[in-house]
Ligand binder design. Structure first.
Ligand SMILES: [Zn+2]
Length: 313
């Protein structure tokens, strides 16, 4: 058997272990519909325990940093070399999917299990990471677990309140086994310069791969974004009888901006330059609007994302 076939066979042989992992994760934060494992919740912690048990079965060394991220390490031949990290997050949005994030942690464990089964010793450490709190919805801060590990949390993040409990990130971290004081003090658990490579398998959040009929894609970039959470257009309230030339209609102005940006998007995409424009909120003032009222005010949120800084600008 050639080496590619041997590797494929060793990965396929992990099927039972992987199914058991997903079944175990499906016990954590089951809701109707979907799964709810809030950032720094007992449900998220239970998911970390599920993957850590699998790692122990594989003989990996289990570690946990001050942010309560789980690190599961297959030691390499030369332990002084910067490690390869593989992993993703185990929290979910409310009523999210069991595979989002978790698939990346499970994929890392499957890869390491296959390496073990093949009797290979990697050149350097391979660490599978279960990362905390990637979803920004809970604390309104994104990538908390990885940024905390790298010492890159934004100022004040540890005092941010979780949207459902109203309690601070620091308190939630402490309850789930982390050490917020150590995060404040430093030094960080990870040094970006001392990581050989970071690999993450993630479920695609769109049907592009399915449309293309291919099982997996390689990301060549991550878009940056510009966000305006609350844009207000000021016009003038008037009665429906007001002729067009006298109007300062804020709703029409909102529509004009939306359609103009949609045209920019279509043009860029046609030129082979992916970007996205999203109006998450788009509305007149519910307290003042009505069937016979020209809108004097219009509000929207705007998220624009693209891969090139020039396109964003
Ligand atoms: Zn995700």
């Amino acid at each position: 058997m050639d080496s590619v076939s041997a590797i494929m066979a060793a990965v396929r042989a992990q099927r039972g272990r992987i199914e058991a992992l997903f079944t175990g994760l499906a016990q954590c934060g089951r809701t109707q519909p979907g799964f709810t494992r809030p950032s720094y919740s007992p449900e998220e912690t239970e998911a970390h325990a599920v993957v850590a048990r699998c790692a122990s079965d594989l003989g990996l060394a289990n570690g946990r940093d001050a942010a309560a991220n789980t690190a599961m390490t297959l030691p390499g031949r030369d332990r002084t070399l910067p490690p390869i990290l593989i992993g993703s997050h185990l929290d979910t949005v409310a009523q999210g999917g069991n595979f989002d994030g978790a698939a990346g942690v499970v994929a890392g464990l499957a890869a390491v299990a296959a390496i073990r089964a093949l009797g290979l010793e990697p050149e350097r450490d391979i660490t599978v990471m279960g990362i905390r709190a990637e979803e920004s919805v809970w604390f309104q801060v994104s990538y908390i677990g990885s940024r905390a590990a790298l010492g890159a949390l934004p100022d004040g993040a540890l005092d941010a309140a979780r949207i459902d409990t109203g309690l601070s990130l620091a308190a939630h971290i402490a309850w789930e086994g982390g050490d917020p004081d150590a995060l404040r003090r430093g030094p960080p658990a990870l040094d970006a310069a001392a990581i050989h490579a970071f690999l993450e398998v993630h479920i695609e959040q769109a049907p592009s791969l399915e449309e293309a009929g291919i099982p997996v894609g390689l990301c060549t970039g991550i878009p940056g974004n510009v966000r305006y959470p609350d844009v207000r257009i000021a016009g003038r309230y008037d009665h429906v009888g007001t002729p067009r030339r006298f109007r300062r209609d804020a709703a029409m102005a909102g529509a004009e901006i939306a359609l103009a940006l949609d045209r920019v998007w279509a043009e860029r995409e046609a030129a082979g330059c992916p970007m996205a424009v999203t109006f998450g909120r788009f509305h007149t003032d519910a307290a003042a609007h009505g069937l016979t009222t020209v809108a004097g005010e219009f509000r929207f949120s705007l998220d624009m994302r693209a891969y090139a800084a020039g396109v964003l600008a």
